[in-house]
Design a protein around this ligand. Sequence first.
Ligand SMILES: *Cc1c(COP(=O)(O)O)cnc(C)c1O
Length: 392
Amino acid sequence: MQFTELPTPCYVVDKTLMEKNLKTLKGVADLTGARILLAQKAFSMYVLYPLIGRFLGGATASGLYEARLCAEEMVQPAAAAGIKLENHIFSPAYQETDFAKILQYCDHIVFNSWKQVEKFGPRAKAAGKSIGLRINPECSTQEGHAIYDPCAPGSRLGVTKDNFSRIFETGSGGRLLSMLDGLHFHTLCEQDSDDLERTLSAVEEKFGQYLPHMKWINFGGGHHITRADYCLPRLERCVRRMQQHYGLTVYLEPGEAVALNAGFLITTVLETLHNGIDIAVLDTSAACHMPDVLEMPYRPPLQNSGQPGEKAYTYRLGGPTCLAGDVIGDYSFDQPLSEGDRLVFEDMAIYSMVKNNTFNGMPLPAIALREKDGECRIIKQFGYADFRERLS
Ligand SMILES: *Cc1c(COP(=O)(O)O)cnc(C)c1O
């Protein structure tokens, strides 16, 4: 099937573009010896896990379900081909009822507090797992996106320096510290390696004394490694600094960077109207199919369009839901839009499929793959049952 023949709305992930990202990431891993994992919460289109597993060292999960998906769709198929991939997990708090399964699926388990280490750590160590503690270097490097800043005051994510050292006032400090194999931090969001470098300095200043006791350090995600202007040499220096000063294995777990600019959301214009401005109603919804447009918020790139007023015809593009704010943005075009026109939003592989919902009874977009020869294949289509099943 051709791209232009796909039904709408439809997410399309392009294999050539995915491989381009994966090659860049593998290049960093090959050059430095860092291990790079897919953060599944950004992208879990598991039909591509065998491809991803050929380039990356494995994946990381935010909970039991993602851990199982990695085990079944990435680690096991790779193992059958003789390749050992890693399955990591981090959660702010693990559930007792999940933990036995987590031990079954995961190799690395990262905890968010000393209390969690105390509660689950001995079982994880007895099962031969590598365990880590997430630290909070209290070094905010991002402006604007407060909800994406785990270093903001009052954050529940990661152990601050004070909370880290407080454990040594109790009798258990030495025992708990000796259980740890690594430290983990995740503080970046769509950032370059200058912010990583600053963060690493904060990590060394606040936690440097503990690093010689560790086997690994995990730099988390938020590294925009596959963006054209990302500074790779500085990332490589950051990795080497941890390897050379402390003898640590370095992990990176990008989500965005793995599938950045590798997917599309195709939509059709259902109706045009005018209320002071020209408006087009699409068969896709910001609220349901690209929620980060409203949450982040951001303006997704749209093919053959310009900023408002840049081209002759400007439209406000909105979804077919009841939500007044279900607006994707204002875009301009060379020709007026009309019913049946197809529009192609770009950079729609990440934080899209994993976050969508059926608010208003909206259908879920189909999921398709564009092969290297341009041929498109529908991987999955959804219907009424997918809406109904989740509601009672
Ligand atoms: C979100 C997250 C990631 C991935 O972040 P990206 O911004 O998608 O690269 C990695 N690790 C942890 C702990 C996260 O919460």
